[in-house]
Ligand binder design. Structure first.
Ligand SMILES: Cc1ncc(COP(=O)(O)O)c(C=O)c1O
Length: 422
């Protein structure tokens, strides 16, 4: 394919793609002029990763391996699909339980149900990440995996979690959607467990609009994730060969990352360190300059040096104080004020009615009603009281890489003044 006129783009058609970048009319007209005068017409065949000597997906994967030190990297079309493919690849399926924190974006939990397994919702601690002591209490004979989530750029206690997993023979699937480039004890998040899953959607540390990454050192897990992410198994050395090992071929999805997103990913990856360094500097400066009252304290991450610094958390003594700080509108985000007004934030377990009421896409109720399930966890709005208490007392300050030291100082002064009047 690829070489026929049918796949070639005219200048007008290419301008549709350029339009995505939202450049002004003057720039558009200059680009149009260049395209009109170009001798070669770009070819849509180049937007497919296979049979493509210049595949951007392959280049992006090679860059990710180099950056993270992971042996294998697979680009996919979202963080959610990275999680689903990783769970399936790790052998998680009907009747298996996966431990996941009660504070995460709902996609982490959803991916477990889509992989036909049972989510077991676990408490977090004041680091805002899953509590290793609580993990032990969630383990049953059905537990197959732990999914620690590095929320708001903060690392989970990966050494403790990996030790628990080893002791009980469990897989560790790190949800690194919100913390790409962050570290725990000097090692990249996503490289501690059996597999790490990154989101590249538009609101993450770096983004390709939509996209995801799977990183692992486990060749078999990578092979199975590859199979699942590509139902047609185009990637195989011999596409039409029989299975090289049992468990390599099965019915999967198409989660392949488009070449255009991979091209954006290559460019974005070059900025990863810069983004994290800028936000980390803002985080440190805010912490130095804001004077907290004695009824509030900083959230202490498990590894302060390794945070992706785009959020700084404050824990108030009471929900009421958090609510007042958020309503003062001087730079605090958080749940307390929203919760009082009845807004449902999908990041906290008590709003996950899909799980609480075991809502499923078909009326048979799989995976919750399934011959492989003996006993379901007790799902309720009160199942993780410690998590609820922490989340309702939390105020969050967001930092962007564009925040200069002057902007940060202004923010710090406003927040300090507001806090002193609470
Ligand atoms: C913790 C967490 N996990 C998973 C996801 C899903 O990522 P995506 O939107 O790329 O599917 C997100 C996205 O917000 C997230 O925050």
């Amino acid at each position: 394919m690829g070489n026929t006129e049918y796949y070639k783009y005219s200048t007008d058609e290419l301008m549709e793609i350029i339009d995505v970048f939202n450049v002004d009319a003057d720039a558009q007209s200059k680009i149009k002029g260049i395209l009109d005068s170009a001798e070669q017409t770009p070819d849509a065949g180049n937007f497919f990763r296979y049979y493509n000597p210049k595949s951007k997906c392959e280049k992006f994967e090679s860059d990710i391996r180099e950056k993270t030190g992971s042996k294998f990297a697979l680009t996919v079309n979202s963080g959610t699909s990275a999680l689903i493919a990783s769970l399936v690849a790790a052998g998680v399926g009907p009747g298996d339980e996966v431990i996941v924190p009660g504070y995460t974006f709902f996609a982490s939990v959803s991916s477990i149900v889509v992989a036909r397994a049972i989510p077991v919702i676990c408490e977090i601690n004041e680091s805002l990440t899953i509590d290793p002591d609580a993990i032990e209490k969630c383990i049953t004979k059905k537990t197959k995996a732990i999914m620690p989530v590095h929320m708001v750029g903060h690392a989970c206690e990966m050494d403790k979690i990996c030790e628990i997993a080893k002791k009980h023979g469990l897989k560790v699937i790190e949800d690194t959607a919100q913390a790409f480039g962050g570290k725990y004890k000097g090692k990249y998040l996503g490289t501690w467990g059996d597999v790490g899953c990154v989101s590249l959607d538009a609101y993450k540390v770096i983004g390709t609009g939509e996209g995801g990454i799977i990183i692992t050192d486990d060749e078999w897990l990578y092979t199975r994730a590859q199979s699942y992410h590509d139902a047609a198994a185009c990637w195989r050395p011999d596409r039409y060969a029989t299975e090289r090992r049992e468990g390599e071929l099965f019915c999967g999805e198409n989660y392949r990352m488009p070449e255009l997103c991979a091209a954006a990913g290559i460019a974005q990856l070059r900025k990863l360190d810069w983004v994290n360094e800028r936000t980390r500097a803002g985080y440190k400066q805010l912490k130095e300059e804001i004077k907290l009252p004695d009824f509030a304290k900083w959230v202490i991450p498990n590894d302060e040096e390794g945070v992706c610094g785009y959020t700084l958390g404050v824990l108030f003594d009471s929900q009421k104080q958090a609510e007042s700080a958020i309503l003062a509108d001087v730079g605090f985000g958080g749940l307390a004020a929203n919760a009082t007004k009845g807004a449902r934030d999908w990041h906290v377990f008590w709003n996950w009615e899909h799980i609480l009421d075991q809502k499923t896409v078909t009326t048979e109720g799989c995976p919750f009603s399934c011959q492989h399930v003996d006993k379901l966890p007790e799902y309720s709005v009160d199942m993780c009281p410690k998590t609820k208490d922490i989340m309702l007392r939390l105020g969050v300050i967001n930092i962007t890489p564009g925040d200069t030291p002057e902007i940060i100082s202004e923010m710090a002064a406003k927040i300090t003044a507001s806090l002193s009047s609470l």
